[in-house]
Design a binder for this molecule. Structure first.
Ligand code: AMP
Length: 253
């Protein structure tokens, strides 16, 4: 048996009552690691660069081994860009290359840039028309129940690329789960952590890190999953939110 541990934290009350989203985290761990995971999540919500949370919700749920599916870690590359303008141009190119139309790329960027504050989850946007497909409004769809299959092998692989930090680890696990979803064409993300400017474009072809996708100090982050027009949105959301997925590295395949 493994356990899904999830945290969401807000300031000014619960998210449902209009509290401002501060932080979220998720992992799939053995029983013996539940306490440590909770401790780390509380720390993170309490001392976050976006502010101090006054509402922290932690959920622990058992997951049976036969519910788990496996997905490969995406291959990682970094495209060196010198500033936000070239970073966003590179992101646009990568999205087009992955099969998102120009209209959808532009409407996607607009949706992120028009946000007044960060969402807790992601927008599902049609990769052809650029229309928003989910009904989750300012909450967004939150991907959950994913982790590395083997934490040591995963960390080792990232360390070899000098990428062993929490932001990259979590983003890679999420992006690998998302890219494995039927109907997802590509993902665009930049962080809501004001000190972290690196964002990425991911697709089944790989995870492209872009060191400048927003300006230093900017607290606005966001995520878009560009999906095929024929996708069943309900089934996709069910997979993203509930399907337990363990991400495997090269060595484990
Ligand atoms: P982060 O990379 O954690 O700073 O998150 C950047 C943005 O991605 C957030 O503002 C949310 O909109 C979105 N996001 C964060 N975590 C998730 C998640 N688990 N599932 C979907 N979207 C997320």
């Amino acid at each position: 048996m493994i356990y899904s541990v999830r945290m969401r934290a807000a300031q000014g009350g619960r998210h449902e009552d209009g509290g401002r989203h501060i932080s979220g985290a998720e992992c799939l761990v053995d029983f013996s690691k539940i306490n440590k995971s909770i401790e780390e999540m509380v720390q993170r919500a309490t001392f976050h660069t976006r502010g101090q949370a006054d509402f922290i919700n932690i959920t622990v749920e058992a997951v049976t081994e036969n519910e788990v599916v496996y997905a490969p870690l995406l291959p990682i590359t970094t495209e060196e860009v010198s500033d936000v303008v070239s970073g966003r141009q590179a992101a646009r190119r990568a999205l087009l290359q992955a099969g998102v139309t120009l209209t959808a790329v532009e409407l996607g960027f607009q949706s992120l840039l028009l946000l007044k504050d960060s969402m807790r989850g992601a927008m599902l946007i049609c990769a052809t028309t650029g229309q928003r497909l989910d009904q989750s409004g300012l909450r967004g769809v939150r991907v959950s129940r994913m982790d590395s299959f083997n934490e040591i092998a995963f960390s080792k692989q990232l360390k070899a690329m000098a990428l062993e930090n929490t932001h990259t680890k979590e983003a890679l696990l999420l992006a690998s789960k998302v890219a494995a979803a039927p109907g997802v064409v590509a993902e665009l993300c930049w962080s809501d952590d004001p000190e972290y400017t690196t964002g990425y474009v991911a697709s089944q072809a790989g995870y492209i890190r872009l060191p400048h996708l927003k300006r230093y100090g900017d607290t606005l982050g966001g995520r878009i999953f560009f999906v095929r027009p024929e996708v069943s949105v309900d089934q996709l959301i069910e997979y993203l939110e509930n399907q337990p997925v363990l991400i495997t590295t090269d060595r484990e395949r």
